[in-house]
Design a protein around this ligand. Structure first.
Ligand code: M6R
Length: 614
């Protein structure tokens, strides 16, 4: 939901800002802009509708010199994607330029008040209201920019990460955040500002994560000064990043999504490393062991998440209920936070989020913590807001996921949930140690089995050509594979723009079966596990109505092969780990269909990787 980047130092700001925008483009990509202040007392803004490439093209013939600047890549909330609505926004006098990630909820009232005072607006954005308000307060009260920003932000309802430049001031950028992320990079005589660490990592590994309602004065040649909105001085620990540049590049793959699909054997090994011992006797998650009593006494688990992470949560329900005998509810964060939910102090809340910044999940976490429940986070982005706002947790450790469609983060979420369920089951003694050992051994084998499935990439690519022009798809699965049917449908929708629905296979006959005809491809997950015979009956029902079935089956299957139109074989595994394997061919199928349709796989229309607005 918008990426912001800033630079102050001795280098030319423009190339650093543009590169930073490319790194943050996954957060929004409908328009982009840049403001650079130079010693000639100018504060110039350049903006373009479209991608960062379009902005670069627009800037090609311009003089954008200066060693202090801010830049923005937008995901539209208020106002359509256009040059006028792109950030940065000027204040009335054009003395201030501001970029913003978030939403100003009370913008309409403030805008009307400013119009009544004679202000003019050039855009339809909520952001322009903020920069105008800052200027109004600054001039009215004759205060410095930092104080004006503090006063303006006290009047704001909503979420923001902002950076502000002032005309004629070439030694300072002022930034602030609330509910939207902001990282400061500390270099040698230079400072970086960004929505996440990816634009910073090639210049320095030293960062500071700003907290909510903090403001930082980032000045040339001196460490950032951090205050709260209420003007209390703060000190911050400098954190060392572990990210490296190769994780941010495609490494020879045509798309990040394909790279991330193929990384999964390694990312899952990384996720398990140091947590499952060599002999597979134990799984040690310190986030659980350090709070063992809370888990042993848990009355209930509530899993909170959105999108793909919510699908991981559904698999988690099956895992915790069958291994730990703890009742589990899986909630969309966006519904939970507004529902006045019943939360008991002995509930365990598990928040799942790749980005760790999803606004609804963050708000749901805050609500749960206020009710006294213990909150556990499963996040990928280290230092993210959800990771910092939970009582305990486990990182997925898959490195940056850049493709908007989540792949490697999803499978790692499943692995963390599996390890959690086995760790709790061991402490609760709900399953025998021998069985835990067997399951851990099998979990350890999963990366090798995924490697084998990835060898079917060509076959799946060929299969995708048959279905590229289908208008609808249905995905079916049962038991542990029901959430994977939902996830397969979501992957196809978001990157190919084909309508797709996931269903528990047995629910078909309660309505959706009316949709089946020769034009309807049905992807059925029919591995030789718990519900095998039942799924075969469901496939028969589809075939009896002339549906076209693509089945994901276990190696050496003969029965489904004789009924389905096409099959994709995967290695056998335990029922509970099936989702880790069955999801891989569905990721590849979606990817190839989207490529065949010439979709922008890594940056599909209307989407953003990190949904930091509600
Ligand atoms: O960062 P999060 O895991 O909290 O994100 C949740 C969803 O926005 C995300 O999973 C989304 O559904 C993906 N684009 C799916 O591929």
């Amino acid at each position: 939901m918008c990426g912001i980047v800033g630079y102050i130092g001795e280098q030319d700001a423009y190339p650093i800002l543009i590169k930073g925008l490319h790194r943050l483009e996954y957060r929004g990509y409908d328009s982009a802009g840049i403001a650079v202040a130079n010693s000639g007392d100018e504060l110039k803004i350049y903006k373009a509708k479209g991608r960062v490439d379009d902005l670069e093209e627009f800037c090609r013939s311009k003089d954008i010199s200066g060693n202090i600047g801010i830049a923005h890549t937008r995901w539209a909330t208020h106002g359509e994607p256009s040059n006028a609505n792109a950030h940065p926004h000027y204040s009335e006098s054009e003395n201030l330029a501001l970029i913003h990630n978030g939403i100003i909820e009370n913008y309409a009232v403030l805008k009307q008040q400013l119009i009544n005072k004679g202000f003019h607006f050039r855009s339809n954005t909520d952001t322009e209201v903020l920069v105008q308000l800052i200027e109004y307060i600054k001039d009215l009260n004759k205060v410095d920019l930092c104080t004006a920003i503090q006063l303006a932000l006290s009047e704001i309802v909503g979420a923001y990460a902002i950076a502000v430049l002032e005309k004629g001031v070439t030694d300072r950028i002022i930034v602030a955040r609330k509910s939207s992320p902001l990282v400061l990079g500390i270099g040698d005589n230079e400072y970086f500002i960004a929505s996440d660490a990816s634009p910073i990592v090639e210049y320095t590994n030293k960062v500071i994560y700003l907290e909510d309602e903090e403001i930082a004065i980032v000045s040339r040649n001196e460490p950032p000064r951090i205050l709260t909105i209420k003007n209390v001085e703060k000190s911050h620990e400098i954190i060392e990043l572990e990210m490296n540049i190769s994780q941010l590049e495609k490494g020879g793959y045509p798309h990040f999504m394909l790279k991330e699909i193929f990384e999964q054997p390694q990312t899952l090994r990384d996720c398990m490393r140091g947590r499952i011992d060599i002999s597979c006797q134990h799984v040690v998650l310190s986030g659980i062991i350090d709070h063992k009593e809370r888990f042993l006494d848990a009355r209930r688990i509530i899993i909170l998440a959105c999108g793909t992470s919510w699908h991981a949560g559904l698999v988690g329900k099956y895992l915790f209920e069958s291994f730990c005998r703890i009742p589990v509810e899986v909630e969309y964060s966006s519904e939970f936070r507004y529902r006045n939910p019943v939360i008991y102090p002995d509930d365990i809340i598990i928040a799942i989020s790749q980005s760790g910044e999803t606004a609804d999940t963050l708000a749901a976490v805050e609500l749960a913590r206020k009710s006294g429940a213990f909150v556990y986070g499963i996040c990928n982005v280290v230092g993210s807001s959800i990771a910092r706002n939970t009582d305990s947790g486990s990182y997925t450790h898959v490195g940056p996921e850049i493709g908007v469609a989540s792949t490697k983060a999803f499978t790692a979420q499943l692995v963390v949930l599996s390890m959690m369920a086995l760790c709790i089951a061991r402490e609760k003694k709900t399953i025998p140690d021998e069985r835990i050992k067997a399951l851990l051994k099998e979990l350890n084998r999963i990366p090798d089995k995924i490697e084998k499935i990835l060898q079917s990439n060509e076959l799946i690519s060929d299969l995708s050509k048959i279905f590229t022009y289908a208008h609808n798809f249905i995905y079916l699965g049962r038991g542990f594979n029901y959430p994977i049917a939902l996830e397969g449908a979501l992957k196809l929708k978001e990157i190919s723009y084909i309508h797709a629905e996931g269903y528990p296979a047995a629910e078909m006959k309660h309505g959706p079966i009316a949709l089946i005809d020769t034009e309807m491809p049905v992807v059925a997950i029919a591995t030789d596990n718990g519900m095998y015979e039942k799924v075969i009956s469901n496939i028969q029902e589809i075939k009896a109505r002339n549906g076209r079935v693509i089945a994901v089956v276990s190696e050496n299957d003969t029965v489904v092969k004789s009924i389905a139109d096409y099959v994709i074989e995967i290695p056998a595994t335990e029922d509970c780990f099936d989702p880790l394997l069955t999801t891989i061919p569905l990721q590849l199928l979606s990817y190839h269909i989207a490529v065949n349709k010439r979709r922008d796989v890594d940056m599909p229309r209307n989407l953003a990787k990190s949904v930091t607005v509600e």
